[in-house]
Design a protein around this ligand. Structure first.
Ligand code: COA
Length: 546
């Protein structure tokens, strides 16, 4: 039904022309750089996913446990996609202390044809305890679930708060307590909260199942208690085993904290699937996959990880949208910003893509287009490669700050689902106008070659060095070419390190790094998830022609 309607409605959209001559020396040079960037990403990801190797897996097998990602695979429908979020959270975040994937795996997959949010502790990373980044990732997964009304399934196997970092995980608003606050409020709004207890749930961790609507527990491995045996002994002198204190039998037969008693992980995961089956939440229907006309692999030739090189975003759009069909809006005005309509997996979308620096006209065009999509209830996809807004006397005089603010305002107040992809630079206020993290994008992904910082490294080194020069000279210090060169190098290196996609994703400034070739599928899944329960909201004003 939807297919017919969308075909009828959009069949007249023109097909983008986007040739890729892979023998072109320029494109080959791009490819060499992109290849390096992609390989680095794959190497890091492989290490993170396989952390602990066979030793860790053997230890789990001895305890009759599956590795965390295998648990998820067995929980999801056969062949279901899994949109894993922030796989590299925590990467190089705590010095020598490695916390692969932040110690927790989160993501969206299908259980009995329903999109669900899975939050799964990894017991091989410090007993599944919560580092600050673990808490942040868990809370972000809940935020996505809440916004998109996704049932939450928690695969619990955790020693609770990481006691060495209690000051960073316990007391603040978005710390451990927020997890349970979110559970209570999601449940109150009809968003199911299900726990499958596969290991420890100690202290604060006990509240994950305790605050859930329905619980499953595995006998022999699952335990739930506010204070473990050592704490009980220290507090009251009572000596009791973990199983007798809070094992599956205690909670399923006596305390009533759990609802389903299972004898194996496999049985528990199957039970979890059955619970989801009887929910009344929407099932995902057939999805139309009208592939683009051009090979997505071309992106590794047409795009570059050298951000000084010009990249024509139309090449990306041509490999993102259904049938490569795209109707540009204001094609001949404010040309450093591309705006227009197309479809992704049969869902109509508005595209906003950088194609150069933002000038006043491009900002006004962006604001107009966002308003238009908001008025029509069309979701927005922002494709970011932005060095910022134009600076200089001429531009300040013509009011670039106020024009840019209109775009930022339109983006901030738009309530249609917004998705963002960083495929190049994300610098300065350009990040705001193009729906950076602070602007409520439902999902935000980055390519491995992308960079994000308040300004580019060279510019920042120039500004910082000149500020420092003034201070040194004012205080009668020595200033010469060598001092200047050394300082510039120092600042440039700092920016180089801090602006990398890895630095950003480790801190959860995005929802994960993806390869260029994963762009269509990832944004498509994110879009389908975001549109499932979207309800059109009228704006308080009409469309402003800028
Ligand atoms: N905080 C910080 N580190 C912790 C921790 C915690 N709450 N719980 C465990 N760890 C560390 C251990 O010191 C160990 O570190 P190491 O690998 O550097 O030696 C690592 O996590 C694995 O712990 P281990 O006990 O060997 O693993 P396990 O799989 O046999 O047991 C637990 C895991 C979580 C069941 C067990 O460690 C435990 O009961 N921990 C205490 C939980 C607790 O009381 N939490 C209170 C939270 S408020």
């Amino acid at each position: 039904m939807m297919h017919y309607r969308s075909l009828f409605r959009f069949s007249h959209y023109p097909v983008l022309q986007s040739l890729c001559d892979r023998a072109d020396p320029n494109l080959l040079a791009n490819f060499e750089l992109m290849k390096q960037s992609n390989e680095r990403f794959l190497n890091i990801t492989n290490k993170v996913i396989n952390y602990g190797g066979t030793v860790a897996h053997q230890k789990l097998a001895e305890r009759n446990k599956f590795p965390v990602r295998e648990r998820i695979t067995r929980l999801l429908d056969v062949g279901s996609p899994f949109l894993e979020l922030s796989q590299l959270a925590g990467y190089e975040l705590y010095g020598k202390e490695e916390v692969p994937s932040g110690g927790i795996v989160t993501g969206i997959g299908l259980i009995n044809k329903r999109f669900c949010m899975i939050v799964a502790n990894d017991p091989t990373i410090k007993g599944g305890t919560y580092y600050p980044i673990t808490v942040k990732k868990h809370v972000r997964a809940q935020e996505i679930a809440w916004e998109n009304k996704l049932p939450c399934v928690y695969l619990v196997d955790s020693g609770g708060a990481n006691l060495m970092r209690q000051d960073e995980v316990f007391p603040d608003r978005d710390h451990f307590g927020r997890i349970f606050y979110n559970q209570a409020n999601m449940s109150a709004q009809g968003i199911p909260q299900i726990s499958i207890v596969l290991g420890s749930c100690t202290a604060g961790g006990a509240y994950v199942p305790a605050m859930s609507d329905e619980n499953v527990i595995v006998s022999g491995n699952g335990t739930i208690f506010l204070g473990g045996p050592p704490l009980v002994k220290a507090a009251t002198g009572e000596v009791v085993s973990a199983e007798d204190l809070g094992g599956a039998r205690v909670h399923s037969f006596t305390s009533g904290l759990t609802d389903h008693f299972c004898t194996s992980e496999l049985e528990a995961l199957q039970k979890g699937r059955s619970i989801i089956k009887n929910l009344t939440t929407k099932q995902v229907g057939d999805i139309r996959d009208d592939q683009p006309l051009y090979d997505i692999e071309d992106l590794n030739y047409l795009m570059s990880s050298d951000l000084k090189k010009t990249m024509d975003s139309r090449h990306l759009i041509a490999r993102l949208l259904d049938g490569s069909r795209f109707m540009e809006f204001k094609e001949n005005y404010g040309t450093t910003l591309i705006t227009g309509f197309g479809e992704l997996y049969g869902q109509e979308v508005g595209i906003i893509a950088n194609n150069g620096i933002l000038f006043s006209e491009s900002a006004l065009k962006g604001a107009h287009f966002v308003n238009l999509c908001q008025q029509r209830g069309v979701p927005l996809i922002f494709l970011q490669n932005i060095t910022g807004f134009m600076v200089g006397r001429k531009y300040e005089t013509e009011g670039i700050a106020k024009h840019g603010a209109k775009m930022v305002n339109a983006v901030a107040t738009a309530t249609v689902p917004k998705l963002t992809l960083l495929f190049g630079g994300s610098f300065g206020a350009g990040n705001y106008g193009m729906c950076g993290r602070a602007y409520g994008a439902k999902f935000l992904f980055s390519w491995p070659s992308s960079r994000i910082s308040v300004m580019g490294g060279d510019q920042a080194a120039g500004v910082l060095t000149s500020v420092q020069q003034q201070t040194i000279v004012r205080n009668g210090g020595e200033w010469n070419e060598k001092v200047e060169k050394d300082l510039k190098q120092k600042y440039s290196q700092k920016y180089d390190y801090e602006s990398s996609a890895y630095y950003a994703t480790a801190r959860l400034w995005d929802d994960g790094i993806i390869l260029p070739t994963q762009t269509r599928q990832t944004l498509g899944l994110a879009l389908l998830t975001s549109m499932q329960h979207y309800k059109y909201e009228r704006t308080g004003h009409g469309v402003f022609r800028m």
